[in-house]
Design a protein around this ligand. Structure first.
Ligand code: ZN
Length: 228
């Protein structure tokens, strides 16, 4: 069960620590939602922008982050955002452990989870994540489900309910609101704030938030609060 005996929870997870997180955090805070922000501390700088559709995407500089993400969870996304499954064990360890240590220092908090860069991993990656003290790790494959992982193995191979761009988002929201479950159910949305800007669909996220916020039977927590 979630806090206050609630059987339903909603949480968000956003990657890469980019400029559009400013607008995203304003929306989440306005509606009372909590998210995990998954950051690459080795490349967390505005120095290397990239293009998404016609949008120039820039990571935020580190000094801004503690203030911006106050009240939300900070999680590992690796030091430099590689495909972890192609690396040897010491390099995977370097990517996860050093990102965790950097984030714990920058945010003065314990970091407990991660999102896999590109959503990809193998058995060595999950084993190394566990050895680095990470307790959950998220992929990018939408399940359309509200199941909660039960074991450490499941938590380190967790797949989200859907992306904020998923055409099923509002259908899933309607179904979730109607549930009166006997076991805890979790609506977990992941994504990238820059995709909301690039696809010009911030209004979809706002509609989702407006519909699902402020319900007595739903707990609004960070990833760690609802998964661990
Ligand atoms: Zn990423």
């Amino acid at each position: 069960m979630f806090p206050q005996g609630k059987m339903k929870a909603i949480t968000f997870s956003f990657d890469d620590g980019v400029e559009q997180d400013r607008k995203l955090v304003e929306i989440l805070n306005r509606f009372g939602f909590k998210a995990a922000f998954n950051l690459n501390s080795g490349v967390q700088s505005g120095s290397a922008p990239w293009c998404q559709n016609d949008l120039v995407v820039r990571r935020l500089n580190i000094a801004e982050l503690p203030g911006l993400y106050a009240g939300h969870e900070i999680a590992v996304h690796s030091l430099t955002h590689p495909h972890l499954e192609y690396l040897d064990e010491p390099t995977i360890r370097n990517e996860l452990e050093q990102d965790k240590l950097n984030l714990e220092r920058i945010f003065n908090t314990k970091v407990r989870g991660m999102a896999y860069p590109y959503g990809t991993y193998n058995a060595l990656v999950t084993k190394t994540a566990r050895r680095c003290g990470l307790e959950y790790a998220r992929g990018v494959s939408a399940t359309g489900l509200f199941d909660i992982p039960q074991t450490t193995e499941e938590r380190l191979a967790y797949q989200p309910t859907c992306n904020h761009d998923d055409p099923q988002l509002m259908t899933l929201a309607d179904a979730f609101l109607k549930l009166t479950p006997q076991t805890p159910q979790l609506f977990y949305i992941w994504g990238h704030s820059y995709m909301l800007e690039a696809n010009n669909n911030w209004h979809v996220l706002e509609e989702f938030c407006k519909l699902t916020a402020g319900r007595n039977d739903i707990f609004y927590g960070t990833n760690a609060e609802v998964l661990l």
